[in-house]
Write a protein that binds this ligand. Structure first.
Ligand SMILES: Cc1cc2nc3c(=O)[nH]c(=O)nc-3n(C[C@H](O)[C@H](O)[C@H](O)COP(=O)(O)OP(=O)(O)OC[C@H]3O[C@@H](n4cnc5c(N)ncnc54)[C@H](O)[C@@H]3O)c2cc1C
Length: 216
């Protein structure tokens, strides 16, 4: 890779990941702050304990610096088409290689992580190709209908894959298996959502368009 090609590669990588990092991190922040109230019950809800303030403060993050809905539009219409889809495809290939490494690691503590990562990455790949095909056909409304769901699917998949990468590094270091436990929890409890998100991305556009009648 020449110096110019390498610069372009990393420019495209940061462009692709920016909307996902911004939206997924801020959405999860709101979920975590809300759960912070829930675990403290009624004491969490009242102002005096301070937990409600965390939620109110966290709630602005999905809105400013570009709302997360606008980030999703950016991800689908400007970032997926980079290098005619070549960049996102090569990134997905990198994710597959990490999942394969988990699968062949034979570490029992990973549990079902390898196969759950394979499933999530397959959902990511299928929806990416579906969205790219809609854009090529000029059916951008169909692609945009699933943009927010796709952004979440991408964020969830990266959560699983990068926690697994951390787990692999920890196994190599002979650490305490904390990262492996975390990545197994994410893989076996959170990643099943990608299948539902895939379904709404590839089948949800028509019903979204027809539901507009309810707003008239
Ligand atoms: C506390 C606070 C601090 C701020 N600080 C700054 C600052 O320091 N500097 C600065 O420049 N700005 C700042 N802002 C402004 C912030 O950037 C905007 O609030 C933000 O960009 C969203 O714009 P908006 O409020 O006009 O919402 P709108 O653009 O009206 O969006 C409303 C909703 O509609 C959706 N939407 C909008 N357009 C579309 C579309 N084309 N298709 C589909 N959905 C759409 C959005 O996703 C959102 O959910 C701040 C805002 C707040 C509340």
């Amino acid at each position: 890779m020449s110096e110019g090609e390498e610069a372009r590669h990393w420019q495209e990588r940061s462009s692709l990941l920016t909307p996902i990092a911004k939206s997924f991190g801020t959405d999860v922040g709101v979920d975590a702050a809300s759960m912070g109230i829930q675990v403290h019950g009624g004491m969490g809800f009242i102002e005096e304990t301070g937990a409600a303030r965390y939620l109110r403060d966290a709630r602005i993050a999905p809105i400013y610096e570009g709302t997360n809905g606008i980030q999703a539009i950016d991800l689908v219409t400007r970032k997926l088409p980079l290098s005619e889809g070549g960049h996102v495809r090569s990134f997905i290939a990198e994710l597959k290689a990490i999942a394969q490494e988990v699968g062949s690691s034979n570490l029992a503590d990973f549990g079902e992580t390898g196969s759950r990562l394979d499933d999530a990455i397959a959902d990511l790949e299928e929806t990416t190709e579906w969205l790219l095909a809609r854009l090529v056909e000029g059916k951008s409304a169909e692609a945009l209908a699933g943009a927010t769901a796709y952004q979440r699917l991408f964020g969830l998949t990266l959560t699983g894959v990068y926690l697994a990468k951390g787990g692999l590094a920890e196994a190599g270091d002979g650490g305490r298996d904390v990262r492996i436990a975390l990545c197994r929890f994410a893989a076996e409890n959170l990643l099943s959502e990608t299948a539902a998100l895939k379904n709404s991305i590839v089948t949800g556009a028509a019903s979204l368009a027809s539901a507009r009648i309810a707003l008239a």
